[in-house]
Design a protein around this ligand. Sequence first.
Ligand code: NAP
Length: 283
Amino acid sequence: MSSSSVLGRGSTALVTGASRGIGTMIARAVAGEGGHVVLTGRSATELRAVTSELAAAGADVCSLPADLTQPGAAGNLVETVERQCGGIDLLVNNAGGDPLREFHTMTIDENLRTLQLNLVAPVALSHAVLGGMLQRGRGHIVNISAMAGRVSFPYTEVYAAAKDGVIGFTRVLRADYRPRGVSASVLILGAIRDAGQGQRMLDEAGMRASRFMAPAESVGRAVVNVVRKDRAEIVVMPGPGRLLRAVMDYFPGLGPAVNRAAGATVTMQKIIELRDAEAGASA
Ligand SMILES: NC(=O)c1ccc[n+]([C@@H]2O[C@H](COP(=O)([O-])OP(=O)(O)OC[C@H]3O[C@@H](n4cnc5c(N)ncnc54)[C@H](OP(=O)(O)O)[C@@H]3O)[C@@H](O)[C@H]2O)c1
C-alpha cells in the first residue's frame, strides 16, 4: 500500500475533535491534501463554523456531530460516514482532553469519563473502521497521544494512563495490520500553543506560552507527514522530544524537576486554585 493513497483526491478522512483546538489545524492540513474530510465533535455549531471556513478555502469537507463517550457512538458514526461518503481511508483520533482537576477531588465516574474519551473512544473507532479498511486493503489510523505520563505532568493521573495506553494500542495495531495494508501511527504531543487546551489554560491563568510549547499548526503538518512517511511514532515538541522521552523512561524521578523547569508546575497549581475558587463560588 502506498501511504499517500489514504490522503488526497479520492480518499476520505475522519477527524475527531475537529470543532475546536488542535483538531481544526489537523482538519485543515488533511483537507489541504485534497481528499474529502469529515469533521466530528459534539458541538454542531462550532463544527459548522469550522466546516464553512475550510470550505471557503476550497476544502471538500462536511461534519457529523457525535458524543464519543456515549455507548455505541463510535460504531454509529463510522456507519453513517461509510453510508454517506464511502469507505474511510484515514482516521485521526484527536478528540481528547483532561478536566485539569485533582484526581481525588473528582468522582470515579468523572475520572472514568477521561479514560472513555481518551482511550476507549479511539479503540472503538479504530475497531469500527478496521473491517472496511482491511476489505479495501488500505487505511491509516493516526492516534494523538501526549507526553503527560512520561513527564509526570501534574494532576493528569487518568489522562496520562489513557494517553500511554494509546501508544501501546497503536504499536500493536501497526504491527498486526500493516502487513495487510492498514497502518497506524501515534503522535506524542508535548504542550501546544496557539490553540487547544494548553493555550486556553494559559489564557485563563493570564500566562504566556513558554518556549517549550510547539505551535498548534505544527500538529496538522505532523499528521500529514506521519501518514506520508508511514512513521510509527513521532514526538511533537521543540527540541529533542524523543530523547527527552527516552531519558524520562530511564530516570522517571526527573519528571517533577522537568515540570518545574518548564513552568508547568506553577501553571497547573494556578489552574487548580482557579478551579477550586470556581467550584467554591458555585457551591
Ligand atoms: N493542547 C495541548 O497542549 C495538548 C498536549 C498534548 C496532547 N494533546 C491532545 O491533543 C488532542 C486535542 O486537544 P486540544 O488541546 O485541541 O483540546 P480541545 O481544544 O479541548 O479540543 C478537544 C476536542 O475534542 C472534542 N471532544 C471533547 N469531548 C468530546 C466527546 N465527549 N465526544 C466527542 N468529541 C469530544 C471537542 O469537541 P466538542 O467540545 O465539540 O465535543 C474538541 O473538538 C487531545 O487528544 C489532547 O489530549 C493536547
